[in-house]
Design a protein around this ligand. Structure first.
Ligand code: FES
Length: 173
């Protein structure tokens, strides 16, 4: 990261801390702001947040690792999370996973070279009777099949905007 980017990050965190607060309760809101603006939470950002809030960096790290919507690495424009918990597993998540990997040319935990898609596992998201369940950013799709994966990815590629996904049935949009 360039020095100027570090300075920008430091200034942003100082400004968010001023608006939101600089005690422990501000930790998640500030991390969300960083995620929203920078797309991930770098080691440097975690250190600055820890200093600002007067907490140990390990505490910041453990919060970032606990919440799936916070990323350590730069993520793609579309973050796709497939539930791997038992109900979705029994309802065919393996076929959906294979379709995702084949279609995107990456494995889970990776981002496509064009920066459009990141593929991640998720744990139960409460749609167990309608699995396999899939999240695309903050939108849930249920009863996902390999064919539906193709439609979802096609909509993402065409629009480069999540709103096109509204035309695909059964997603909770
Ligand atoms: S097991 Fe997949 S949503 Fe609950």
């Amino acid at each position: 990261m360039l020095v100027t980017e570090q300075e920008r990050l430091r200034d942003d965190i100082a400004s968010w801390a001023q608006d939101i607060g600089s005690d422990r309760s501000a930790l998640i809101p500030i991390l969300q702001e960083i995620q929203g603006k920078y797309g991930h939470i770098s080691d440097f950002a975690m250190q600055i947040v820890a200093d600002k809030l007067g907490i140990h960096p390990v505490e910041v790290y453990s919060v970032v690792s606990f919440y799936s919507f916070l990323e350590f690495k730069p993520a793609g424009r579309f973050v796709i999370r497939l539930c791997r918990t038992i109900a979705c597993d029994m309802l065919g998540k393996d076929k959906v996973a294979t379709q995702l990997e084949n279609d995107l040319g990456i494995e889970f935990g990776e981002t496509t070279p064009d920066g459009k898609f990141t593929l991640e596992w998720a744990n139960c998201m409460g749609m167990c009777d309608q699995g396999p369940a899939l999240l695309v950013n903050d939108r849930v799709f249920t009863r996902v099949t390999p064919d539906k994966v193709t439609q979802i990815l096609e909509a993402c590629r065409k629009a480069f905007g999540i709103y096109a996904l509204g035309s695909i049935g059964e997603g909770h949009l």
